[in-house]
Design a protein around this ligand. Structure first.
Ligand code: PMP
Length: 377
């Protein structure tokens, strides 16, 4: 028997209550049994998004909702600004290029935090109508300030990828005036992969053109959701679990969940530093989703990850792109507590020692607990 531990920033561990809801017997999606769940899940999504506008729910991974934003908002040839500071900014750029948009890139080095004022200037200079950005760049651990970005881009439509941050990091959709917010089920929302969501601010609806996607047509989806029907067969089992998971988040309280993630980030960073490791992600409270850490001299990150998985049943996330050989990541988004961080840190410490690295022994877990207890102001 080997117990498995998952510390990836998606898919993330799914609470037993959610798994149990996923496993309930099938019901017909147009009958009253499912409709009650659908009504509840759609309402709870709006609460977690902090919006009065509709949140559209699709059967897809998060990228499906990203794709829908591009195909519903933009026409081929249209100039858009895309903020690129890691793998998921690159994904926005690829989707936009795929649909023939004229992409103006606001490029930043991986690990750098995009500058809202620079992006605002680029938007004005390029006369772009739509800006695509990433709140939590999961590949680097950098979380950007979407409130400042919206203020800087003014009247341009801001589309935010919050796939790895929604429910873990503050995102006040209506309060900050964020036009479109995209997310997915398998991160802070504590569900299996397979559901994608997108909020579309009320003022955008009048100006929407014809969708370039049939399946991800926002207007058709809204029309169906308004009568609590789904445009196509919805992912019944996943939506049952989603409703339970959203209920758990709202019971904890959105603010409390966000503070928990902030503390988990503090704990992970304190533990890594205490054993002598260098952080790749920023060493501040914004790093609440994933902690990216550099491997010490003499150990390759893929070797450490393989060792922890095969020998100890502990799965961490690899570095992405050029960071693969030197960086690994602890995901702490979703159903995590301080004891999970203790397990991750203890496993990293043991694994590194077994691979011959020199690390400070026996201090990481204690430092993590101490950092977790510090007050949040
Ligand atoms: N954006 C971000 C920030 C992500 O972390 C991910 C998933 N890792 C995605 C987009 C893509 O989501 P999916 O894999 O669910 O399509």
């Amino acid at each position: 028997m080997k117990k498995q531990y998952l510390f990836a920033p998606g898919p993330t561990p799914v609470p037993p209550k959610v798994l149990a809801a996923n496993a309930e017997p099938m019901v017909h999606h147009r009958g009253p049994d499912f409709q009650a769940t659908y009504v509840s899940a759609l309402e709870r999504l709006k609460q977690v998004w902090r919006t009065q506008s509709p949140v559209l729910l699709f059967s897809a991974s998060g990228t499906g909702a990203m794709d829908s934003a591009v195909t519903n908002l933009c026409a081929p040839g249209e100039r858009v600004v895309v903020v690129v500071a890691g793998a998921f900014g690159e994904r926005w750029a690829k989707i936009c290029a795929h649909y023939g948009l004229d992409v103006v890139r606001a490029d930043y080095a991986w690990g750098e935090r995009p500058d809202p004022d620079e992006i605002g200037a680029l938007v004005r200079e390029s006369a772009a109508r739509v800006v695509f950005a990433t709140q939590s760049e999961t590949s680097t651990g950098v979380v950007s300030d979407m409130q400042a970005l919206k203020a800087a881009v003014g009247d341009a439509i801001l589309v935010v990828d919050a796939v790895s941050s929604l429910g873990a990091v503050r995102l006040d959709t209506d309060g900050w005036g964020i036009d479109v917010v995209v997310s997915g089920s398998q991160k802070a929302l504590m569900c299996p992969p397979g559901l994608a969501m997108v909020s579309v601010a009320e003022p955008l609806w009048d100006g929407l053109g014809q969708s370039n996607s049939f399946y991800f047509d926002w207007r058709a989806t809204r029309k169906a959701q308004e009568v609590f029907d789904a445009a196509f067969t919805p992912a019944v089992s996943l939506i049952r679990g989603l409703d339970v998971a959203l209920g758990m988040i709202l019971d904890e309280g959105l603010d409390a969940a966000i503070e928990r993630h902030l503390r988990l980030g503090r704990a992970a960073r304190a533990g890594a530093k205490a054993m002598g490791l260098e952080l790749f992600s920023p060493d501040d409270d914004s790093s609440a989703v994933v902690t990216a850490i550099k491997v010490p001299e003499g150990v390759a990150a893929p070797e450490l990850l393989r060792h922890l998985r095969d020998r100890h049943g502990v799965t961490l996330a690899p570095g992405q792109g050029a960071l693969k050989p030197t960086v690994f990541r602890i995901g702490h988004v979703g159903w995590f507590d301080i004891f999970d961080i203790a397990v991750a840190l203890a496993a990293i410490e043991l694994g590194l020692i077994e691979l011959g690295a020199t690390v400070e022994r026996g201090v990481a877990v204690e430092s993590a607990f101490a950092a977790y207890e510090l007050p949040v102001v």
